[in-house]
Design a protein around this ligand. Structure first.
Ligand code: PEP
Ligand code: MN
Length: 346
């Protein structure tokens, strides 16, 4: 839809916009109002170049798009009936809980094995464990490829599928080779379009699920959903959106909590939403409230950092990880909210 700066376009201006849109297989249909006339673009109006050329005209105020820029992730797409199942749970039918250590300590594998058993006991369906870590400080522990074996051993022992973050193609290959069922794209890489494409290509003919975190600096919700579209475009629609707080932080929290975007995401996309309260608030004592709020907002699942002995953990675990007892309590309460909510909207 073309909205001119003046009340209507002159015949010369109409000729100019008609020439532009016809290059892209579209035509113009005036919609005449009492005072103002606007101009519908008839045809596929998603071409960025066409929009940019129209927006570059000095007599055009703005272009409003009617069609969604994300063909596959849009709520109205044919994929809307697609369902994602992991750890025995179909997202949307039961609250899914992904829990485990921020970081696997390769020097102390027993902690991870114990954490894995404990999070299963606490009600988790998927085990998380960081093998490679995106650390702000280059001198801190960056992860270790050997931890993939610890992760998969914990998976074999508990029977839980696993989620781990990959940051480059080499890690992607190792994770897929090891049989990781859920690949996490972290907040720092959520706008790394070449990584998103590599992941999309690599998982195209697999059942692997991609958990896409919201970037620290992601602006509009469309930007978040468009990042998911990069992965979906290669043919695997198993994509889960994960709000995890954004910058700048709310004073006292690690980030600005953003679980409240869940209903907005659900209006735009069919993709399940799994909220990460751990990175959002950044401190174990605040995590349960944020987790419950996320479920109240309609989240389909939670991604929570947990550790059998947080003070002996590495990475975020000493600050953020819940003990198994607190995790179990949080999961039990979250399930109650989930049930109330689903009863209320049924
Ligand atoms: C993590 O899950 O441990 C992590 C690094 O998350 P984020 O990418 O959201 O910071
Ligand atoms: Mn972490």
């Amino acid at each position: 839809m073309i909205l001119p700066k003046s009340n209507r376009l002159t015949p010369e201006q109409i000729a100019e916009v008609t020439t532009i849109v016809s290059e892209f297989g579209c035509s113009i249909q005036p919609i005449v109002g009492a005072v103002r006339t606007i101009y519908a673009i008839v045809g596929d109006e998603r071409d960025e170049l066409m929009i940019n050329r129209l927006e570059g005209l000095d007599y055009v105020e703005r272009i409003d798009r009617i069609q969604s820029p994300f063909k596959l992730m849009d709520r109205r797409s044919d994929l809307a009936s697609h369902r994602i199942t992991i750890g025995g749970v179909t997202l949307g039918e039961e609250l899914v809980v992904i829990a485990g250590q921020c970081t696997i300590d390769p020097k102390n594998p027993n902690y991870f094995l114990e954490t894995a058993a404990a999070v299963k006991e606490a009600g988790a369906h998927v085990l998380r464990g960081g093998v490679w870590k995106p650390r702000t400080n280059p001198y801190t522990f960056q992860g270790d490829s050997k931890s993939i074996e610890i992760l998969m051993e914990a998976s074999r022992i508990t029977g839980l599928p696993v989620d781990t973050e990959v940051m480059d193609e080499e890690q992607l290959k190792v994770a897929l080779g090891a049989g990781v069922q859920m690949l996490q794209v972290g907040a720092r890489n959520a706008l790394n379009y070449s990584l998103l494409r590599s992941i999309g290509r690599a998982v195209a003919k697999r059942g692997t699920i991609v958990l896409l975190k919201r970037s620290l600096h992601m602006g509009s919700l469309s930007e978040f959903i468009s990042a998911a579209e990069y992965v979906a475009a290669f043919g695997n629609p198993n994509i889960v959106l994960c709000p995890r707080g954004t910058a700048p932080a709310l004073d006292g929290y690690r980030n600005q909590p953003d679980e409240s975007i869940t209903p907005l995401l659900k209006e735009k996309t069919w993709a399940p939403v799994v909220v990460d309260p751990s990175h959002s608030v950044g401190r174990a004592s605040y995590v349960p409230a944020c987790a419950l709020a996320a479920v109240a907002y309609g989240a389909d699942g939670l991604l929570i950092e947990a550790h059998v002995e947080p003070s002996h953990g590495i990475g975020d675990d000493p600050k953020q990880a819940l003990t198994p007892a607190v995790l179990a309590e949080t999961v039990a309460q979250a399930k109650q909210i989930w049930s109330l909510r689903h009863r209320a909207v049924a």
